[in-house]
Design a protein around this ligand. Structure first.
Ligand SMILES: Cc1cc2nc3c(=O)[nH]c(=O)nc-3n(C[C@H](O)[C@H](O)[C@H](O)COP(=O)(O)O)c2cc1C
Length: 184
């Protein structure tokens, strides 16, 4: 019995320490995020791309309505119509919503953030763009197979990071917490 209890305690300790490591990893990815501007050529393996998209699909949404669709653009010629200066192997993911109702924007933003962070957790560079949204909605829906009633909300570019690009060299400074946080 004592041996069984010891094995059980060890099992719980291993699970608990695993969960803590996982939590640390997640916070570390969040704290070290940056929008990559420089990329190296090279494809993203399908298994990694599937994980990145799964992270978007797993986002929370109000009343679990999941108003998003993901258009994954891996063709350089089409990706270049969306974001300038595409590097070979970059994937551009267009997140669109069921309608252009402001109601859906926050839901889609959460999916966008999940994709952006999942890509960085897997060691890729990623960057969020809203600059291309107006052009997508007015000119590129046909090319992208986005139906007329849907609206693009944002784009996430994912690719292999150029060498010597990391959080220290690339992240923009943030306002100090004590200038944006109020405790009551
Ligand atoms: C909602 C949103 C829209 C953005 N749109 C663009 C964009 O159109 N073009 C661009 O170059 N970067 C865009 N960015 C990237 C931001 O400029 C960048 O995340 C911010 O300046 C912080 O820099 P850092 O991520 O490198 O630390 C966008 C980011 C967010 C969150």
């Amino acid at each position: 019995m004592k041996k069984t209890l010891t094995v059980f305690a060890l099992f719980v300790a291993v699970i608990a320490s695993g969960a803590a490591d996982g939590a640390d990893d997640a916070v570390s990815v969040i704290l070290n995020n940056f929008g990559a501007a420089r990329y190296a050529a090279g494809a993203i393996p399908k298994a990694d791309l599937d994980k990145i998209i799964a992270a978007g699909v797993r986002a929370p949404s109000a009343r679990n309505r999941q108003p998003w669709r993901f258009t994954v653009v891996s063709t350089k010629a089409l990706a270049e119509k969306i974001v300038n200066g595409i590097t070979e192997g970059n994937v551009v993911i267009v997140v669109s919503a069921d309608s252009d109702s402001a109601d859906y924007t926050l839901d889609c933003a959460l999916a966008v953030e999940n994709i952006y962070l999942a890509a960085q957790a897997l060691g890729y560079g990623s960057r969020i763009y809203t600059g291309p949204v107006a052009n997508i909605n007015s000119k590129l829906k046909n090319d992208l197979g986005i139906p007329r009633e849907r609206s693009a909300v944002a784009v996430v570019r994912v690719g292999r990071l150029a060498s010597n690009v990391d959080v220290a060299s690339s992240a923009s400074p943030r306002k100090p917490a004590d200038s944006v946080v109020t405790y009551r």
